[in-house]
Design a protein around this ligand. Structure first.
Ligand SMILES: [Zn+2]
Ligand SMILES: [Zn+2]
Length: 157
């Protein structure tokens, strides 16, 4: 069983839709145009896809995932010592193709309000307001301000 994408232009969902046609199968044969990647004549049309798991969005930090796989919620793929390159994850549901992830309660649950977790946008000349930056990243922001404005403007925390 594998995930594949047929790049025959006539298999795309529409002229303005996503390129290619994604399908799952035991053999790399497009169900729409019958291109068979095992035959050299058609091999260039079919791409093998990685399994993309769902990493649900972090409820607090905008743009971050929780570091888990929805199909294995007890497994922290970002834990130190793990080879992160071995895991293909996305927080964008449309990009996920793992069938177990797609059937999981985490995948089916409503996403947190992403707008609510965005830091407030105001005058960003000197970076976002310090209060809007999560505690664990504040020292990083101070260094950025240091290089930009010189040590005199660095706020003592
Ligand atoms: Zn096709
Ligand atoms: Zn998965």
């Amino acid at each position: 069983m594998g995930f594949f994408r047929c790049m025959n232009q006539f298999c795309a969902s529409g002229p303005h839709g996503k390129l290619g046609h994604d399908f799952e199968g035991a053999v790399p044969v497009c169900p729409k145009c019958a291109s068979d990647a095992r035959l050299p004549r058609y091999a260039h049309l079919i791409q093998q896809l990685e399994t993309i798991h769902y990493d649900p969005p972090d409820p607090k930090v905008f743009g971050m995932g929780q570091g888990i796989l929805a199909c294995r919620p007890d497994f922290h793929w970002t834990e130190p010592g793990r080879d992160r390159r071995a895991y293909h994850v996305s927080g964008v549901k449309e990009a996920v193709n793992c069938p177990v992830c797609k059937a999981s309660p985490l995948f089916l649950a409503d996403e947190p309000d992403r707008e609510a977790t965005k830091p407030p946008v105001g005058d960003l000349t000197n970076g976002p307001p310090l209060e809007s930056i999560p505690e664990q990243f504040r020292d990083v922001e101070l260094r950025v301000q240091q290089t930009r404005e010189g040590p005199a403007l660095v706020k003592a925390s």
